[in-house]
Design a protein around this ligand. Structure first.
Ligand SMILES: [Zn+2]
Length: 429
């Protein structure tokens, strides 16, 4: 993956202990016995724990523990062991920073061990969990979770969740062991986000509002995200002048001045994309024209803590477009389109056959992989049983995936392999 030299460290840290070969047990409770969480001391009686790809914040008080997030389901046992190696105080309160499965599903291990914490979250987390139930199949496909021992791929009934026991709307202050913890609502990846400010320690637990890489505000296959409110939250955090921020993923963020720089650059980066997109929409530009004309200044693009390792600016731009306009891309033919395979067959026939399209796609691949990808896709959908078209489709989009720094772009481009495999299976049936 191509990262500017100064972004490599953040890029490496982005996914923590995530091992793609093992997969991520987001919903399944399966876990590996040798999983060893990383523990980082943030401040006195304050830790960042990384049981897998996600981070958890732990605050010890005289009355008990305040834990921010609970990891993936498969992280539960190793997270519990890590917490118990640091403190024997009871688990007093758990805060979910948002309803995403990698932050809420690991709590079962604590509950089964007899802990009885208050589970605090923003009120929209309830609706988030309900949406998970409604779209269990979709989430199973997107996250490509293997079915668990019970045959399920995703949470699909109320019992599958550890529901909040206390919710709030704008802000909530709780006192544990005589110490204040201020919960603030924000929006970023989701509309149900909470970040936690511990004023006496000057530590923030930010959840995914800060991750040490470019914000995941444009995820191509997920529901609406909130770039503008994300910038607001970053500015609110900066105004408190924290000494450390426990990130949702990646490395701990420390240093008063470094955090001012990181948080204000993050908000500036997002506002730059939002402003560009709104200007284009207001000028009546086509969606593609807005995305194609997006330019990112080096101060954002090369910031050491904002590598585009997961999501990327173009996708945030499209997400803003979706938020403020409809799904139609503006091309009249696309309003009521012919089936994609019909279009592909017609293009292949005009070109002189699928083999001609394939040959041209391979030729173009050395100079323009984006364009080559379209040709290969037409060739494949024109005749999905054509072995050369299948091979070209996978090869060319795989090469394009390898050029991408962002995981979401890589994953999307590699769907070509899924389609080709499926077509090959159908052909032998
Ligand atoms: Zn997350």
């Amino acid at each position: 993956m191509a990262f500017p030299e100064n972004q490599k460290k953040a890029a490496r840290a982005a996914f923590g202990l995530f091992n793609p070969a093992q997969g991520v047990h987001i919903f399944s409770r399966a876990h590996s016995a040798e999983q060893q969480p990383v523990v980082v001391e943030v401040a006195p009686r304050t830790w960042l724990i990384q049981p897998g790809m996600v981070n958890v914040g732990l605050f010890e008080t005289d009355e008990g523990l305040v834990m921010v997030d609970a990891g993936c389901a498969g992280d539960g046992p190793s997270l519990l062991a890590a917490v118990r190696s640091l403190s024997d105080k009871p688990l007093h309160t758990v805060v979910y920073t948002h309803g995403h499965s990698d932050h809420c599903f690991g709590l079962w291990a604590f509950l089964e061990a007899g802990e009885k914490p208050e589970i605090v979250a923003h009120e929209n987390v309830i609706a988030h969990f309900e949406r998970y139930i409604k779209t269990a199949g979709l989430n199973g496909h997107i996250n490509r979770q293997q079915p668990g021992p019970d045959g399920k791929r995703w949470a699909e009934k109320p019992d599958d969740f550890d529901w909040p026991t206390r919710t709030y709307r704008d802000t909530l202050e709780i006192t544990v062991g005589g110490e204040r913890f201020v919960l603030r609502h924000g929006k970023g990846e989701t509309d149900d986000a909470t970040w936690v400010w511990a004023p006496e320690r000057r530590v923030i637990a930010a959840g995914d509002l800060l991750t040490g890489y470019f914000p995941n505000a444009g995820n191509p296959r997920k529901v609406q995200r909130f770039a503008e409110e994300w910038a607001d939250a970053a500015e609110e955090m900066a105004a408190l002048r924290p000494l450390a921020v426990i990130t949702g993923h990646g490395e701990l963020a420390t240093g008063e001045e470094a955090l001012q720089d990181e948080l204000t650059t993050l908000s500036g980066y997002l506002r730059h994309i939002v402003d560009h997109t709104l200007r284009g929409l207001n000028e009546g530009l086509m969606h593609d024209e807005i995305v194609d004309s997006l330019e990112i200044p080096d101060e954002y693009r090369l910031h050491p803590r904002l590598p585009a390792v997961y999501d990327q600016p173009e996708f945030v731009c499209r997400n803003v477009i979706r938020r403020y306009s409809g799904w139609w891309d503006g091309y009249p033919a696309n309003l009521l389109p012919a089936p994609y395979a019909d279009r592909a067959r017609e293009i292949a026939a005009l070109a002189g056959g699928v083999d001609v399209l394939v040959a041209r796609a391979r030729e173009l691949a050395d100079t323009d992989l984006a364009l080559a990808g379209h040709l290969a896709e037409w060739a494949f959908w024109a005749d999905r049983n054509d072995a050369d078209a299948q091979a070209a489709y996978v090869d060319i989009l795989e090469r394009r995936a390898q050029q991408q720094s962002g995981l979401m772009a890589q994953v999307g481009l590699r769907w070509s392999k899924q389609y080709a495999d499926l077509a090959a299976q159908e052909a032998t049936r």
